[in-house]
Unconditional design. Structure first.
Length: 279
């Protein structure tokens, strides 16, 4: 097996041959949110299965496609579908797309996910700007020898979710009349959903939303020097005193319903980034 850097060189060379766009933003979509790329101008579409060394998503609601083009004028690479620890992927596999984005020259990572609400004031369908995370997956993509070409051995995580990007997203949402929540996302491996006792525990440790993705990718992105903006769609709200079973179909339906609002925010953010950083 080739080492990570050798694989990245081959993957990146393949993608670069397919497009003249040099993406500044990378966007990783979550459950039921793969649609939220509709306002993109697409230059190139590549199926994951055609990309050398790229993992394949086993999750039905994930498309498994890379789109390269523009959003709000800003060059962007959108990944429709991500990889999860619960699929059996290692932290290195889960974060491979982030490393590819980093090698493509991406500077800002946007992430969306579906999450369970832990804050009783949240409603299903709310969008939450992630302002911090708790990694409860008991693993970390940086375990093992550090490749100094990719980042520092001990990356600082004090501002993992970039404060200026959060403010920008808040401004864009407010202008568009979209109400946003803000809070801490706790990442677990899943795939079993949380028991009521676990929900109480997660509330106690200061989390507002829970999900099975994002934390590995954000750690790799911060390690790679990317600025991160993360948005959760709250697809169900947990109430440990009166637990209501959550269905995957409902989670996907709520996420799809929120996708246009998410897209409005992301497009506005991309546009502002384009206006203020690139030209
Ligand atoms: N738990 C974990 N992941 C989720 C949930 C949940 O309740 N809802 C959507 N994704």
């Amino acid at each position: 097996m080739q080492n990570l850097m050798q694989r990245l060189v081959e993957t990146t060379a393949f993608i670069k041959k397919k497009t003249r766009v040099a993406p500044y933003i990378g966007y990783l979509t979550g459950t039921g949110l793969g649609e939220s790329a509709q306002s993109m101008t697409i230059d190139t579409t590549v199926e994951y299965r055609d990309i050398p060394h790229f993992p394949l998503s086993t999750v039905k609601s994930h498309k498994g496609r890379m789109l390269i083009g523009k959003l709000g004028g800003c060059p962007i690479v959108t990944l429709q579908g991500r990889f999860h620890l619960y699929e059996g992927y290692s932290p290195l596999d889960v974060t491979y797309p982030i490393r590819v984005m980093q090698q493509l020259g991406v500077k800002i990572l946007l992430l969306s996910n579906a999450a369970g609400g832990l804050n009783p004031r949240f409603n299903s369908g709310d969008i939450m700007l992630i302002d911090d995370h708790i990694n409860l997956t008991a693993t970390n993509p940086l375990v093992g020898p550090n490749d100094d070409h990719l980042g520092n051995r001990f990356p600082d995580m004090s501002h993992a979710y970039h404060p200026k990007l959060i403010t920008l997203a808040e401004e864009v949402a407010q202008t568009a009349g979209i109400k946003c929540q803000k809070g801490v996302y706790v990442g677990l491996t899943g795939p079993a959903l949380e028991t009521p006792a676990e929900v109480k525990f997660l509330q106690t440790i200061g989390a507002q939303a829970v999900g099975f993705s994002t934390v590995q990718e954000v750690i790799a992105a911060v390690h790679g020097g990317l600025r991160v903006l993360g948005l959760s769609t709250i697809t169900n709200v947990h109430n440990p005193a009166d637990p209501i079973p959550a269905s995957v179909e409902e989670i996907i339906a709520v996420a799809q319903n929120a996708a246009p609002r998410l897209e409005t925010i992301l497009k506005g953010v991309a546009q502002k980034i384009y206006e203020t950083e690139i030209c």
